[in-house]
Design a protein around this ligand. Structure first.
Ligand code: NG1
Ligand code: ZN
Length: 532
């Protein structure tokens, strides 16, 4: 059959060169770039099968390793509504990635049967990539996979991960926007400009924003956006590639959050807001250096509370807060002080779920308006159809003051990339709230005080020997470990600690918080010792 030819071609062009088992994890497949070509080709095949199972709706393939260093790369699939690949397909992806070249044909046939794909249907696949030098070759391998099964690939070139999610969503639902990079700017940046016309710059808010682009794709795209801004925001971009800056090396959101240090490559001015993106533009944290040269981090929890409190405020102004339930979703990594603030001061319900955006996104959908963020800065807001309808009605029929609030909220919704956490969209959301309130970093920071915390990684023989429960806050295996952690935590004031196996690296992660940095560091070290 013609498929015979296809598999012969695959062996020839994208042979499997490694025997190392690879698994579709929290962020798809991620490893050294030179081990990925056959994996990406096979994901091209799988995307076509998935598109056919979804009646020809478009599927996305993103080539990126996010905040990892340059030698790594990765691939993940995007489902038709712009969300992460359905979990039950992760095992299928893993199976297809690991079979030998000789078994690829029979395994693909098996998968087609298993998922009951009608291979006579059309299939459409959008492919995007980050700025890594290994990405173009991998994107081409993905396209070859798509073509092999007679699907239609569309290559977007270098885009942020959230841009690709957005485009997939728009292609399958044209009410959401236009499925191009320009369509993305039109909707997200367009809404920001509209909202800025309605606000006056006041108080301590300053339109200058410094940006750490992690030498990745996010900074590059902000450089395009910068030219279309008209005084609404004065972006000073650093680490956008060039000047020998290396991707994610001592810069970017992950570096800033985990090391709690300012990135290299930026000139610092006391109290100047700096937004730090990660390598593929889906994470955002803020920070500033104060007059004592201390680093002050405004992380994902801080962004979540800022957005949730502003949305709640607008809902009250619309008099829609009794109809619409707003909720916040966090993980165990959320700073305990943020959870306390959300519950006691904002009085917004909060749920805690397992690490991984798919879990947060899913939980957020159970609210009329769900705000979800990982402490590392990955998150967004999702609005139910009911919420959008209620707000639209007020925007049309409400009293003048209510109408104004509802229209602001509509712009706010348009500015949000609801498909997935998006550093660029989140940056515009944050800037909007700060501007609306006339707040600078000091006021933003004053809402609550973070508990000092520390994250560590421990390399162990078998990280999967550790099992957890209660949204990863408690260990169930190995036996005795949880009891030991409880003992270690007990003497610390405001102490909390947990361990879990990473889903993206071969390590166990340790998290600890306590009333002082010294205590948090000490507790983390003690727990790490107990794991080891
Ligand atoms: P792992 O390696 O499973 O901890 C990390 C992040 C997640 C998520 C994924 C995907 C932390 C502690 N973990 O997962 O939040 O972003 O990467 O990128 O930040
Ligand atoms: Zn990322």
């Amino acid at each position: 059959s013609s498929l015979r030819v296809v598999y012969a071609f695959a062996r020839e062009m994208h042979p499997k060169t490694s025997e190392v088992f690879i698994e579709y994890g929290t962020a798809g497949f991620r490893t050294k770039a030179n081990l990925l070509e056959h994996v990406v080709y096979r994901m091209g095949l799988l995307a076509v099968i998935r598109s056919r199972v979804k009646n020809g709706r478009t599927i996305g393939i993103m080539i990126t390793a996010s905040h990892n260093l340059e030698p790594d790369n990765g691939v993940k699939l995007v489902d038709p509504d712009g969300e992460m690949l359905e979990q039950s397909w992760e095992e299928i992806a893993t199976r297809l990635a690991n079979v030998s070249d000789n078994d690829l044909e029979s395994t693909t046939e098996q998968v087609i049967k298993q998922v009951n794909a009608d291979m006579s249907l059309k299939a459409s696949v959008f492919i995007g990539m980050d700025t890594r030098y290994t990405s173009p070759r991998l994107a081409a391998a993905a396209a070859n996979g798509v073509i092999a099964l007679k699907g239609t690939p569309k290559e977007f070139g270098i885009v942020t991960t959230p841009m690709l999610h957005f485009c997939v969503k728009c292609r399958n639902d044209n009410t959401y926007g236009t499925p191009t990079e320009e369509g993305y700017y039109e909707k997200i940046v367009g809404a920001f400009k509209k909202i800025r016309q309605k606000l006056t710059v006041c108080g301590d808010y300053n339109t200058t924003l410094y940006v750490d682009g992690a030498n990745g794709v996010g900074g590059k795209k902000l450089n395009i956006i910068k030219k279309t801004l008209d005084g609404e925001l004065d972006l000073q971009l650093f680490n956008i590639g060039g000047n020998g800056g290396k991707l994610n090396l001592n810069c970017g959101a992950d570096f800033v959050k985990v090391s709690q240090k300012a990135p290299v490559g930026i000139e610092h001015v006391p109290f100047q807001r700096v937004a730090s993106l990660d390598g593929d533009g889906d994470r955002l944290v803020y920070y500033y250096i104060d007059d004592k040269n201390n680093m002050n981090l405004l992380d994902g929890d801080r962004i979540a509370t800022l957005l949730a409190s502003y949305i709640a405020e607008l809902l009250r102004a619309c008099e829609a807060s009794s109809d619409l339930q707003i909720g916040l979703v966090q993980t165990a990594y959320a700073n305990g002080a943020s959870t306390k603030y959300i519950t006691e001061d904002l009085k917004v319900p909060v749920s805690c779920v397992k690490t991984g955006v798919k879990h947060l996104h899913h939980a957020a959908l159970s609210y009329d308006i769900g705000v979800y963020f990982e402490a590392n800065g990955h998150g967004t807001v999702v609005y139910s159809t009911k919420a959008k309808e209620v707000i639209a009605k007020v925007a049309q029929e409400g009293e003048p003051e209510q109408r104004k609030a509802a229209q602001l909220l509509q712009n706010f919704i348009d500015m949000t990339n609801e498909t997935v956490g998006d550093a660029i969209s989140d940056l515009f959301l944050v800037e909007t709230v700060l501007c609306a309130r006339g707040h600078g970093v000091k006021q933003w920071m004053s809402s609550y005080a973070d508990l000092p915390c520390r994250q560590l990684k421990v390399t162990v023989q078998d990280r999967n020997a550790i099992s957890t429960t209660d949204a990863e806050r408690q260990c169930t295996a190995p036996e005795g470990l949880q009891t030991r952690i409880d003992e270690l935590v007990r003497p610390y004031s405001c102490g909390r600690a947990f361990v879990r196996p990473s889903g993206t690296e071969d390590v166990v992660r340790v998290y600890a918080e306590a009333d002082t940095q010294l205590s948090a560091d000490k507790l983390a070290a003690e727990v790490a010792q107990a794991v080891y």
